[in-house]
Ligand binder design. Structure first.
Ligand code: FAD
Length: 448
């Protein structure tokens, strides 16, 4: 039996972050991956979706800039660049890289065989620590007849070869909105069906309202507070019936109705670890689930983002290396790469109310106070909202629906994480002209 310091099950971004740190510290590491090293993000999620979105985004941007002719999208070129960015679904360079870094790489499904014991590829491995980084899988909503029609998850939707004329997105959160935005930009007729009463429903209602306005303005049909109940083929088309009796005709149904932590099928139950209400592996602030057993990334269900998986991977590795480190989830940004971008951080007003925080809010239109918005595009779009804790004089939440919001949300993220006094934020100077200047305008509107 081979013995290691650490065995990592699953080599998405969470597993990779832990592996990199442990190998750099000279630990004996075995990494086990049943598909491709890099996981969902690298091949079927963040990287392909952002690569694909960029073409339509540039075209839309150009059409909003004075004196610029609208460029054409050349789909084969964009598709080829996508294929390059997802490494042509080949991880042989990653396998080689890890082997050169000293890891033992096993390609195949792993199974926990007991405390500190893992089986993979017919071998039994032993280690002081096991890190579970098995990610998540798409939820499949109960829609009658779904197996008889063309259904894509994020995998098929990001690896598309020919753009279908019509798509129906089930789910109006990040994945549904981003994929809808892409297909819209590629000329498809797009319908988003969202069970909640608004899009991006985990954020403040204004965020969902602005997102819907932007998508509907671009031509997306947004249906909220409805659920698909059945799907059937009629001729060459798919007809989806919603629970209000209405019907939507489409060519493809794309599932973007959330994901669940991947906790089944690899012997986790026998370890006795607890699952959280969200179905993820319950971990403490060190990312530890049980003595010698760690979990990082989507499988914890804490927040299904690459930056959170990477962070947890680093936190778990540091603790394994004996560097006491607790994870903090305050100030973690949440972004939807729509057009314009949607970014939020900290608490929503409803969450603050649940915690009995005495809040003040402010909202501004960037066109009224941010000169960059006018130099950037002809008819400036965008709004920023702030949520402050009056008693402590700090920000506890922020959102922005505006160009490049994914980049400048970090100003608010750091302010929230570090609990920077609002008096200091009011005295802070931002580069002119930038969208970051919107914060000062919004801060000045807070009545504390
Ligand atoms: C369409 C879409 C777009 C997204 N865009 C963004 C974005 O822009 N920014 C962002 O922050 N997040 C984004 N996300 C979320 C992001 O992709 C995930 O949070 C991230 O990939 C999670 O990483 P992970 O390492 O936890 O899991 P994964 O990437 O899922 O990796 C888990 C790995 O474990 C392997 N595995 C599972 N079981 C076993 C087993 N028994 N044995 C061996 N290997 C196993 C799997 O094969 C997989 O490779 C997006 C998600 C989707 C669906």
């Amino acid at each position: 039996m081979d013995r290691f310091d650490v065995i990592i099950i699953g080599m998405g971004v969470g597993g990779e972050a832990a592996a990199g740190r442990l190998l750099a510290a000279g630990r004996r590491v075995a990494i086990i991956e049943r598909e491709l090293i890099g996981g969902e993000c690298a091949y079927w999620a963040c990287i392909p979706s952002k690569t694909l979105l960029r073409g339509p985004e540039v075209r839309a941007e150009a059409s909003r800039v004075a004196g610029v002719a609208t460029p054409a999208i050349e789909w084969p070129g964009l598709r080829d660049y996508h294929d390059y960015m997802v490494r042509h679904l080949d991880d042989s360079a990653q396998v080689k890289g890890y082997e050169q870094a000293g890891a033992t790489v096993i390609k195949g499904p792993a199974r926990i065989a007991g405390p500190g014991r893992v089986e993979a590829d017919g071998q039994l491995l032993e280690a002081d620590h096991v890190v579970i980084a098995t990610g998540s899988e798409p939820l499949r909503p109960a829609i009658e007849g779904l197996e008889q029609v063309t259904v894509w998850t994020n995998r098929e939707a990001t690896n598309v070869r020919d753009i279908p004329p019509r798509v129906l997105l089930v789910g109006g959160s990040a994945a549904g909105v981003e994929l809808g935005q892409f297909y819209l930009g590629m000329g498809a007729q797009v319908t988003i069906v969202q069970r909640a009463g608004r899009l991006i429903d985990r954020e403040d209602p204004r965020v969902g309202g602005l997102a819907e306005q932007a998508l509907a303005g671009g031509g997306v049909t947004v249906r909220t507070a409805v659920t698909p109940v059945s799907a059937r083929k009629v001729g060459g088309a798919t007809v989806v019936t919603l629970d209000d009796g209405s019907q939507v005709e489409t060519d493809v149904v794309i599932l973007g109705a959330g994901r669940s932590p991947r906790t089944a099928g690899f012997g986790l139950k026998a370890t006795g670890v607890q699952l959280t209400g969200r179905g993820g592996i319950a971990v403490d602030e060190h990312c530890q689930a049980a003595p010698g057993l760690w979990a990082v990334g989507d499988v914890t269900g804490v927040a299904l983002y690459t930056h959170v998986a990477t962070y947890q991977g680093r936190v778990a590795a540091d603790n394994i290396l004996g560097r006491d480190r607790a994870a903090s989830y305050q100030g973690i940004p949440r972004v939807v790469f729509a057009d314009p971008e949607i970014a939020a951080v900290g608490l929503t007003a409803a969450q603050a109310a649940d915690r009995d925080i005495n809040t003040a809010t402010a909202e501004i239109n960037v066109a009224d106070s941010v000169d960059r918005s006018w130099t950037y595009e002809r008819d400036p779009r965008g709004a920023v909202g702030l949520l402050a804790d009056r008693d402590r004089g700090i920000l506890v939440g922020a959102w922005a629906v505006a160009p490049l919001a994914s980049e400048w949300i970090h100003y608010a993220a750091l302010a929230i994480r570090a609990q920077i006094p609002i008096s200091m934020l009011l005295d802070q100077v931002a580069q002119y002209p930038t969208y970051t200047g919107a914060y000062l305008a919004a801060l000045e509107q807070l009545s504390l």
